[in-house]
Design a protein around this ligand. Sequence first.
Ligand SMILES: Nc1ncnc2c1ncn2[C@@H]1O[C@H](COP(=O)(O)OP(=O)(O)OP(=O)(O)O)[C@@H](O)[C@H]1O
Ligand SMILES: [Mg+2]
Length: 259
Amino acid sequence: MRFDSVRKEFPVRGTGTSLVALADLTLDVAPGELVTLVGPSGCGKSTLLDLVTGLSEPTSGRILLDGRPVTGPGLDRGIVFQQYALLPWRTAQANVELGLEARRLPKAQRRRIAREHLELVGLSGFADRYPHELSGGMKQRVAIARSLAFDPEVLLMDEPFAALDAQTRETLQDELLRIWRATGKTIVFITHGIEEAVYLGQRVVVLTPRPGRVQAVLDVDLPGRGEPGQDLRAHPTFVALRHRVWDALHDARAEGGVR
Ligand SMILES: Nc1ncnc2c1ncn2[C@@H]1O[C@H](COP(=O)(O)OP(=O)(O)OP(=O)(O)O)[C@@H](O)[C@H]1O
Ligand SMILES: [Mg+2]
């Protein structure tokens, strides 16, 4: 996936001026990579995802997927939002089948694929539950299963664990790493949590305050990441990386004042 000098402006109603949400954002994401994007509130993170999903278009610049410009929504991209976005009148199983209906698969095949993906996210016994019968963490698992079930090339996640308590969040972070290894998907994960960015990302992309552009890209090499029984967040390498990301965000803020 390639972001090529992406710029996005929004008209400000009644003023004739516009707000620049993203300016000249350039970034390459390799197939199978898990990249985290971290940046302050309002720097254009969700705007960037809207552009990747094809829900809106860049004012200038391009977004390429497999060398082809994104021109609209497609089943090659799956999204998981911060809010659960499940249909309350459908069971977990039926929510996961949703994307498969768009793929026009026969019913039996839809059932099977949905069941496999509920299993993948650790919810085998919960297929017949409705969203209100599930915890927040379980709902996000269903949302992840639904996004993966139709087999997108890229999984886009916009602060998917932000509404969860700290322990559930850590569990789901490990689950996501396991799922990523099992599926080999390309994942773009947006967060404003520094620790989350370092824990999950093979690379951490630090964005500037609005207008968002790339401030820094850090490679993360954390052996043992996602393995049970390790308090990796206390490891000196983790702490040092966390601090480097903090520094980059801090620098971006300081520089933002003079732009
Ligand atoms: N449809 C829109 N029309 C006008 N302005 C918009 C629109 N969408 C976003 N914006 C503006 O663009 C800027 C970036 O918003 P965006 O939602 O992308 O931020 P964000 O980085 O996702 O923030 P957060 O971390 O709080 O979710 C904000 O100033 C916002 O007000
Ligand atoms: Mg957002």
